[in-house]
Each structure stands twice: as C-alpha cells, then as structure tokens.
Design a protein around this ligand. Structure first.
Ligand code: NOJ
Length: 660
C-alpha cells in the first residue's frame, strides 16, 4: 500500500505558517512537473519540463455574473489517480492510441460569501498537460453566466509563435509568426518554439457546451497569455448550470515540430466513442462538382450552366467509378441558391434527378456525397435537419458536407460562440442517429470530438485551396501549407482539398494555386483528412500520369511519422497503410527551393520495397514553371536515405509498396 502511494507521484507540501499549499503532479515519464498552488486564496499552476520552467505561476478561475470564482479559495480535498489504456479509432492518422496519464483532482471552496465550490482536474501525460474546470452541484449556485475566464498561460519568455488572428472569419486566415508579446487576440491552436528547443501548442479538447478559446498577451512583459472566450452577441461568454464541466485546456509539450503532430493528447481528453456500430463510417477519397463552380464554369443555382444538372453528375459518377473514387460531391442541387438563403434541404432543383443519380451511382459502386449549405441560418437548418437527413438517407447518401457561409450565424452569433458550438454538436448527434458522416465547413475550431462521434470526419476552419480560386490577395502563399500542419492541423482533420492540376484561373487571372504540381500531390499526404476531395474538374485529370498518385493514397492509416520538419519552411510526412505493408510519403517546401534527405528508417527491417517517386521536374518553379513532374521507380530498403531537390514552392510524393 505504501509503495503504491509513493508511485502516485503527487507530493503535498504544507508550509503551515503561510497557509500555502503546493501539490505536484508528474507525467508518467517524470519529465513534466506540474505544480498547483493555493496562495492567499488564489489557485495557480506552473509547469517544468526536464527541470526547466515552461510556464510560470499562471492563473485559474472565472468571473461570473453571480460573483467572482477565482479568489477566496481553500483547497478542500485533492485526489490522485493514474491511467494507462489503449483505444482504437475507426479511422485516423493512426488507429491505436495510448492514453497514459497521472491525474490530480483539486476541490476548491470559497471561504467567504456564498462559499461556492469549483473543482479542477489536471492530467499530466508524457506529451503535455490538460486541465478542466468542473462546476459541482451546490446550494448557492445553479444556473450561472460566465463573463470571463481568468485562465492564463505565463510563458515567461517572449517566444516565437504561430497563430491566427481571432478576427479571421471562420478561421480562414493566414497563420503569422510573431513573438508572444506582439500577438493580438488569437484563436487557438497557438504553436510556440522556445529558445531552449521545445515546441508547445495551446488548444482545448472536448468543446461541447462552451465558447471557443482564444488568447491575448497580458502582464508587464506580455508573455503571459490570457483566455478570451468567444462571446455571445450580448457580450456574455457562457451560460451553464452546475453539474457541468468546461472543455479541457491543453498544452502539448514536444521536442520537435513533428512530435507536435504526433501527439494524441487532445483526442485522449475527449469522451470515448458513443457510436456502437461504426461499420458505416468509411473514410475515402472523392471528387466533386466544385472547382468548376468556383471557376465559374458552372453555377450553384439552376440555369444554363448548372453544375448539378443530371447528365453532368452522371459524367462525374462515371469518372469516379473508373478511377476508384468512393464518392461524388454535388453542390447546388437544392433550392435556395438564388439568394444564398432559405435553403430547402428536401427540394432538389428540377434538373437534378436524385433518384436517377443515386441509382446510377449505386450501380457503379459510387456514392453521392450530399451538401447542406445553410448560409449560416442554423434555425432554418435545424427546423429541417431531421427531414433533410432522412431524405438523403432514403437515397443512400451517407456523407454530407455542411456549410455556414455568413459572417454570423443567424445574423447574430459567432461561429465559435457557445451558440455555434451547441448547433454543430446537435448536427453531429443527429447525423450519427441517421448514420451520416459529416464534413463541416465554416465550423467552430475543432477540438477532438471525432473520438466521441467518429462520423465527424473532417472540417474546414482553415484557409483552404478554394482561396486559390477567388481570393483577392492572389491565393495561398507557398508557406501556408508548411505552417498549418503545425497549427490548425493539431486541432483535427482539415478539409483543405488539394489536388488541383490546372492552375489557370479565367475568373481572377492574378489569383491561382501557388505550388508546383508535385506539391499538389504531396499535400494529399501531408494534410490529413479521412474524407478527401481531389479538388479539380475531372477533365483536368484526364491522361495525366501524376493522377495515379492522387488515386493511390489511402485516407486512413495505421501509423504516421514525421522524418523531418521545420515550421513554416518544409515538412516530410510518411504514413503507413492499414495492413501495415505500404507507405506514402509527402514532402513540401515553402517558396524556397531546397535539397532534402529522407531517411527510410521507418520501413520494416529486411523488407524490400518498390518506391514510385513523383518529384518536381527540371526547371520546376511555382511562379514560372509549376507543371514539370518526374516520375521514377526504384527499389528501397530501411537503410536508405533518399536525396531530393524540391523546387521553389515545390514538393514530392512517394508510393512505397512492399515487395514479396
Ligand atoms: C464555402 C465552402 O468552403 C466551399 O467548399 C463551398 O463550395 C461554398 N462555401 C458553398 O457552400
């Protein structure tokens, strides 16, 4: 028993005279040391890695309309526990996930006034920490309103960081690198590189009935970041009742950029899967009547060039069947597109014969992927949602892309507010009941809910490739995709939709895809999404040998490794397929051409593999000559280190097949 207590790894130090209480919690590998302290009624936390301070004393608590919930505390009780379990996900960058942590649960009670209670649960993992607030049932607090979250992260030094401004609409903006003290209010994930070589990422997990987390610099040195919760229109932050919890506040601690991406801390802090039968949840690669609309070849609304017109859809289905795509997304199939409002989700346009289309698709082994653009009108959507899912399901549609274009939901509320978060949750739960997978565009920032509802396949919340179609600033700069895997990508799958092969833009000639063609291929490995659309019009894929790469890369993997990466510069990712035989590699660079080395040490010892390489061809350059691609094959082994030249704005993809 004594022995067991000693391995709980929590030490309590009472410095009686100053009435100070300090508790320490260590990660299972003991490299992270979290200190929780109560001093003069305020409770704070601090963090060290390998004995080096990462976070100085940082604040905890809330301001409520009903009174302050950050002061006057005494620690009533603490409890400790540990867990080491593994769980599996139906799809992902890896299937098996280890959840290994030590926990410290702290019960607080205010000494004066209403004597309110607040509990905080801390978990220390080898790859970071998480903590969440729990609002227990109590006599002096029932329904309450949070007006401010007082949580801070005191980073002590003015580290380099990457983040997105809170003002970016639907999180579709460019991540900027700035010193912490220079930040405006930013949305999480926030990624940090410290001078002593640590990589950190602040975000949240299990955001269900709360407001999204944002941060801004505060304190004298502006290296302490304080929570700012996305408000309701009236400025209130969150409405709750006791008996509830906040999302987890998370901090990943890594020693390389790649390890940030391999952390499953956020998923571990979400609830286990609630969908018993997941056999209908199928990742896959699809095509869409989409880029053609953005290029104004087709229209969303019915008319002479209507994209969703039946014969055009049948053509896309034929193409999908021929090239092994699992589905065809069709946008603009239903009434409402004339004004982008009052969408009718069970009323197809008269030239979209849904029965004929879905019967034909079925005969070809392809599925229609549904589309519910709401224009941000969640009330209109919710009033039709059950019927809309039932309708689609009656035609065998089991994946729907939802969309919320409109700067505010219902003309009033922010996407990341508690209002928005509640709506998105309702959609996922309802879709799960109907056995429908969701690809959510213009979402609240993802926080790992796909563990609980694995029908939440992928989300936008990123400045995707569509910006290369119509953005007034010309499109996504080449470094964008070397930053988002380490920032937005940490929050969950991104529906970025790479795979454009023809960069001409007849609508806005100055705007286009700013990559080489080889980089478009690489992005389908680098940017993870279990449902992934090859973005271009089908005619642009015809007779292109590079297309083989897009049709070959799976969308779920048994393992992911990051052989080499530097945030904002370049990244190489390798992913192993489900049967643990073959590997898929993607490498990309920013605007700088560079020579890279890829060590194949992730391959199985003694095995022989055939690598098919799709790399930037001679003279390739994203600005002047984006299309040359060299395709070559070679036999490779675990001991090999491959050397390549990536063009400016370029990349490469490798299919590595295990040989008999
Ligand atoms: C914005 C989405 O991101 C895009 O993919 C879609 O085509 C349009 N909205 C219309 O729904």
């Amino acid at each position: 028993m004594k022995l067991r207590l000693s391995i709980v790894l929590v030490f309590v130090v009472f410095i009686g005279l100053q009435a100070q209480k300090t508790f320490k919690l260590y990660s299972p590998d003991k490299t992270l040391e979290l200190t929780v302290q109560e001093k003069k009624g305020e409770v704070s936390y601090a963090l060290k890695k390998d004995g080096k301070p990462l976070l100085g004393s940082s604040n905890l608590g809330f301001a409520l309309k009903e009174g302050d919930l950050s002061k006057d505390f005494k620690i009533v009780e603490t409890k400790t526990s540990s867990k080491d379990e593994s769980w599996s996900q139906p799809w992902g960058e890896e299937i098996d996930v280890r959840n290994h942590y030590n926990e410290l649960f702290v019960e607080l009670k205010q000494k004066k006034g209403e004597k309110r209670a607040l509990n905080i649960r801390f978990r220390a993992f080898d790859d970071g920490i998480g903590f969440r607030y729990e609002f227990p049932k109590q006599t002096n607090l029932d329904k309450f309103t949070i007006t401010d979250e007082k949580t801070t992260f005191d980073f002590l030094k003015d580290h380099k960081s990457w983040s997105l401004s809170y003002n970016a609409e639907f999180y579709e903006g460019l991540y900027r690198d700035r010193a912490l003290s220079k930040l405006d209010t930013i949305s999480t994930p926030l990624t940090i590189e410290t001078e002593n070589g640590f990589y950190l990422a602040v975000h949240e997990a299990n955001l269900t009935n709360f407001a999204s987390l944002n941060l801004f610099p505060t304190g004298s040195t502006k290296t302490e970041l304080k929570a700012y919760l996305t408000p309701w229109a009236n400025g209130d932050k969150v409405y709750l009742e006791t008996g509830s919890v906040s999302p987890w506040r998370t901090l990943i601690v890594a020693t390389s950029p790649g390890d940030l991406m391999l952390s499953r801390l956020m998923l571990n802090l979400n609830e286990p899967n609630r969908i018993k039968d997941t056999s209908w949840i199928k990742p896959g690669r699809y095509i869409g009547i989409w880029w053609g609309i953005h290029m104004e070849k087709y229209t969303w609304k019915q008319g002479p060039t209507h994209g969703a017109e039946t014969s055009n859809v049948l053509r896309y289905i034929d193409f999908a069947a021929k090239h092994g795509f699992s589905g065809v997304l069709v946008e603009g199939w239903n009434e409402g597109w004339e004004e982008w409002k009052d969408y009718q989700f069970t009323k197809p346009y008269s030239d979209f014969d849904i029965k004929r289309i879905t019967d034909y698709a079925k005969s070809k082994g392809v599925k229609l992927i549904g589309h519910h653009e709401t224009g941000g009108a969640t009330k209109n959507y919710e009033s039709q949602m059950e019927d809309a899912f039932t309708y689609y399901k009656s035609f065998g549609v089991d994946a729907v892309k939802t969309g919320y274009v409109g700067s505010l939901l219902d003309g009033k509320q922010k996407h990341g507010s508690q209002y928005g978060v509640r709506h998105y949750r309702k959609v996922i739960e309802s879709a799960a009941k109907h056995q429908i997978m969701i690809d959510n565009h213009e979402p609240a920032m993802p926080t790992g809910l796909q563990r609980t509802y694995p029908n939440l396949m992928t989300q936008e919340g990123v400045r995707g490739q569509e910006w290369d179609a119509w953005s007034k600033d010309g499109g996504n700069p080449p470094n964008h995709t070397t930053i988002i895997p380490f920032t937005r990508g940490l929050a969950g799958p991104m529906d970025f939709t790479p795979g454009t092969f023809d960069f001409e833009n007849p609508v806005i000639p100055g705007t286009r895809v700013w990559t080489t063609l080889a980089k478009q291929l690489a992005l389908s490995v680098v940017i993870y999404s279990p449902l992934q659309m090859a973005s271009d019009m089908i005619e642009n894929y015809e007779n292109k040998p590079e297309f083989e790469f897009l049709t070959s890369v799976p969308t779920t993997f048994s393992k992911t490794v990051v052989p080499d990466a530097e945030i904002g510069e370049y990244v190489t990712i390798a992913r192993r397929d489900l049967n643990a035989r073959d590997w898929y590699v993607g490498s990309i660079t920013n605007e700088k051409a560079r020579d890279i080395k890829i060590s194949l040490e992730f391959l199985e010892k003694g095995a022989r593999y055939k690598a098919k390489i799709f790399r930037d061809g001679p003279g390739a350059d994203y600005l002047t000559n984006p299309y040359p691609v060299v395709i070559e094959e070679k036999i490779v082994f675990k001991e090999d280190v491959l050397e390549f030249h990536l063009a400016s704005g370029g990349g490469l993809g490798i299919l590595i097949k295990k040989q008999k």
